[in-house]
Write a protein that binds this ligand. Sequence first.
Ligand code: ADP
Length: 612
Amino acid sequence: MKRAKLSFSNIILIIACLVVVVSILFLNVINTRNIITLKNSIDTLSIENKNISILRTTSDDLLNAELVFTRFAQTGEIDLQMVSAKSVDKAIKNLEVLKTESDSGRAAQITLQLKKNQSLQTMIAELNMLSTQLKSKEVAITNTMQVDSMGQLLAKYNQQLKQVLIEEDAFRENLNATIFKNAVTGTDVIQKFFWVSLLIILFIVAVLVYNIYKMVNYENEILEAREKAVKLAQVKSRFLSNMSHEIRSPLTAIMGFTEIIDKIEKDDEKKNYLHAIKTSSEHLLSTVNDVLDFSKLDAGKLKLEKQPFHIASAIEEVAFALSSTSAANKGIQVNTIIELDKSLAVKGDLFRLKQILYNLLSNAIKFTEKGSVTIMANISGKTDKQVMIKIAVADTGIGIPNDQIKTVFEEFTQVTNNSTSKDTRRAIKGTGLGLSICKMLVELQGGTIGVESKLNQGSVFTFAIPYEIANDIVANEKDQSSMNTISSSLKDKRVLVIEDNDVNIMLLTMLLKKVGIVYDIAKDGELGLQLFKDNSYDIILTDINVPKLTGDEIAILVRQFTDASKRNIPIIGLTATIVQDDLDEYIRSGINEVMVKPFKQDELYATLEKYL
Ligand code: ADP
């Protein structure tokens, strides 16, 4: 079985979705990193601001101390020493703060800058000394050397702090620029990602639209193909119905006349020829039936019957029929090992069971040159209401090669490449439908079927079907001897025959004459209806496919007559169609019973007898 594959556009769609997922994750990582960098920069800025402001205050204090001291140096006012000392003290305090923070971040750099020129410790110590001298008011204005050195010290430190502050301002400007740049880069990246995402989304939308377009196209194609398939199925069923009609119609005549001549012919040689015609016709009929059965099963249109029957005798009947014909001809023994109670009755489709058995048994005989064929039947499971019947058909024939055993139940299959039995198989022709019909029939009845086989040793086909147990069996098999009495009850009955085919008219009239039935013939529907109006008949026997008015149309008109004795006349339809829908339609039109061609003489008499 072919498996559906992902289309190219679907693969692209999946890849695009994966790209989107990865891009979103990547975008998140980049954005998180941007945000962290920005946060760090802002943090750095806030710490730096604090230290810088300390440094500025320190610088202001020292400048103030220097100015006051200069005024002292000019005026000699003693109090100015005290004012200058206070400013120096304030500066020392700030320098102490800076010193304690010296091991963290930006403060460390500032301290380092200061240290480059002068040890912070020395600076604090020298300023402390200066402050103590000023406070003790020991400094004499006259001691110019001392005053000068103190003034120089203050000027030196002021200069140093100024320098650090200039550098600091430059650094800050730099930092601001970096932060700004980071922010701009971050925004740029986010914007780029936005455009990339937009492109990817547009691409996905395009792929989606393309996929939807393709899907709609596929759907249309599927719908078209479905419509075609439905039409084709109708054509097939019509064709089968027509083919069936075309083959069955002449077969009716062939089989009917053969049967008639066979009954009167005494010459053995001619009888042999007649049997050959009979066997060939029957073979042809069974082939047509197989094809029709297969088509009905294939379309799920085959309906199963549910009638009570004795299962053991059903199996025995098929075994007997084949053992006395094809098996006997080949000198093959047919054995039956039926482990079923003769009185066991089940409800189901007797005809279909016989069909399965007939198929398996005739295959077994067909593919066995010497030895025997054995039918075994037993109960493989039972409940109060149901019984599982298991039937096996074993032969000692050519067998089936291992590599082909799995396909034998498939339609039109015929085992071919078996070197040892090639000629045997080639000589045996068939449609290759028998086993697939068996399988479908068994499965339709809720059962299973299987095969085991050994090349040149034989095969065993086994199937099991669950049947409902029937407690109220009605004798449904017709007593064959009663057939002989039929003819007398039909004598002098009046039958209207509507049939356009001359050969069929000949056959029907011969059969009717044989039992003393009086008849009129109409070769089309309108003439038939006219004869019906003008005369009195006991039954109408009409072919369905007659010109002017078809058999079912005649039935519809007859059922509308006001005269009850005319309106209720039994109508038997004759058709070569076995399409169930058509048959149902004929019954709905008012036909009492439809006889499918070809039919046997006795069948015709029995049906007539039922309504007369
Ligand atoms: P056919 O009409 O060709 O017999 P079937 O569906 O009945 O079609 O069988 C399919 C193929 O399976 C046969 O052609 C034959 O090769 C193989 N086959 C069926 N039954 C037997 C058997 N009893 N022994 C050997 N081969 C068999």
